[in-house]
Design a protein around this ligand. Structure first.
Ligand code: SF4
Ligand code: SF4
Length: 415
């Protein structure tokens, strides 16, 4: 038995089959099928690793349906490392049934997009003109997007701004308290550049020099969750080396952040790199958590007489296991009514690339969150994960919109 198989067996054997995780699993709640539950999937993964079963359409389907939300992991009394088992199963499946043809091509293009700056630049420019010239409206009305099955992707698009390079350095407005690195992330860069720009502006105002290293790359989360562990490790290495001289590295998307923190758990081949990864993981900080330790009450805020609902992403709740600091942050805005979307609503269905790879399921799973939002009758939904924001936004009525909490906060500051 290989080391790899022994580790899977060791971790899978921790599951005592108690079933306490089942009611917390969105796919089990939906299908009421043991194979769509965490317990069932653990058994399938173990059987796959021990070659008792092999890759089949049925097995692929049950594992592909898993959102990787890790809700099961949070409630598990035995501490089963479900995230590890899921990632390894996807690697095993890739080895047994290599992806081929058009699917392989689309997969590779999608993953290249996450770390190739030129492709990102062209895509952003293309999407900007697609919206600005009115082509989006024409294609939507014509029904062509639906016919080409591109409507799911199109619905996710926020207004896309023209591509803009970040400067490598943004000096503090006042005598500097220190240097901070900013991790921009591929999704944040493409779909939520305003929040990144506002984050920089706020940090400068608070007395920090903000460094945005050009060599930084995608966090590698999508690669890891698709079983491409080598690519995930290579992207992690590039980020570790790029941010080497910065004591604190800020990120705005908790999905990326979960992966950045997880660099310390990747299987590194030597102790020196493992130690570097460990140090890197200790230096990364989520923006709202960072701001909760800053003095913001000296700022003047314009009142905002609106009602906002805070959505806490699974990456924050289940991976990072940190309290959502958005509430404390948004309380600085006068007249803003703040509510939290109840934790029981669970995953919103975005789950990284899940909203694209499993659009129908993602939209069914999202409904619980949308119902909770409708029940709260709010004007704004705020979340620290851009992927959740886009996915929820695509299902909201026209009266409610999405905003990152930092964006909401900075909009009200009188600079
Ligand atoms: S994963 Fe944990 S909670 Fe779920 S059945 Fe196994 S031991 Fe119980
Ligand atoms: S990660 Fe989420 S969807 Fe997957 S088994 Fe666990 S709770 Fe269910």
């Amino acid at each position: 038995m290989s080391n790899f198989t022994s580790t899977i067996n060791l971790k899978a054997d921790q599951c005592v089959k108690c079933g306490l995780c089942l009611p917390h699993c969105p796919t089990y709640r939906l299908f009421q099928d043991e194979n769509e539950s965490p317990r069932g999937r653990i058994s399938l993964i173990q059987a796959l690793a021990n070659q008792q079963i092999s890759a089949s359409d049925k097995l692929n389907k049950h594992l592909a349906h898993c959102l990787g939300c890790r809700n099961c992991e949070r409630v598990c009394p035995s501490g089963v490392d479900y995230g590890y088992l899921l990632d390894q199963s996807r690697q095993l499946l890739r080895q047994q049934v290599p992806v081929t043809g058009l699917k392989k091509h689309l997969n590779q293009t999608g993953l290249k997009l996450t770390h190739n700056k030129n492709i990102q630049k062209y895509l952003q420019t293309l999407l900007h003109y697609y919206q600005k010239t009115g082509l989006q409206k024409i294609l939507r009305i014509s029904g062509l997007l639906k016919y080409l099955r591109l409507n799911q992707f199109d619905n996710l698009l926020p207004p896309i701004l023209p591509y803009q390079d970040f400067k490598p350095n943004y000096p503090s407005d006042i005598p500097s308290k220190g240097r901070l690195g900013l991790f921009v992330g591929c999704t944040g860069n493409l779909f939520d550049q305003p929040t990144l720009q506002k984050t920089i502006r706020l940090l400068q105002r608070l007395g920090y020099d903000v460094v945005v290293p050009e060599q930084q790359t995608c966090c590698g989360a999508l690669h890891q969750h698709q079983g491409q562990l080598e690519s995930a490790r290579s992207l992690a290495m590039q980020n570790i080396q790029t941010f080497t001289d910065l004591d604190t590295i800020i990120y705005i998307a908790s999905g990326c952040g979960a992966q950045l923190h997880d660099y310390s758990n990747l299987p590194w081949s030597d102790e020196k790199t493992a130690e570097q990864a460990n140090l890197f993981a200790k230096r990364v900080k989520e923006i709202t958590a960072f701001l909760s330790n800053e003095e913001l009450s000296s700022f003047q805020f314009t009142p905002l007489a609106k009602h906002v609902a805070i959505h806490t992403p699974c990456s924050m709740r289940n991976n990072l296991r940190q309290a959502d600091a958005s509430m404390a942050l948004l309380k600085h805005i006068p007249e803003l009514q703040i509510t939290s979307i109840p934790a029981e609503t669970g995953c919103c269905g975005a789950a990284g690339s899940y909203m694209l790879s499993q659009p129908k399921l993602a939209s069914v799973i999202r409904q619980t969150t949308l119902d909770a939002i409708e029940h709260l009758t709010v004007d704004i939904v705020s979340t620290t994960n851009i992927g959740c924001g886009l996915h929820i936004n695509a299902g909201l009525n026209n009266k409610t919109h999405y905003s990152h909490p930092v964006s909401l906060l900075v909009n009200q500051i009188i600079f």
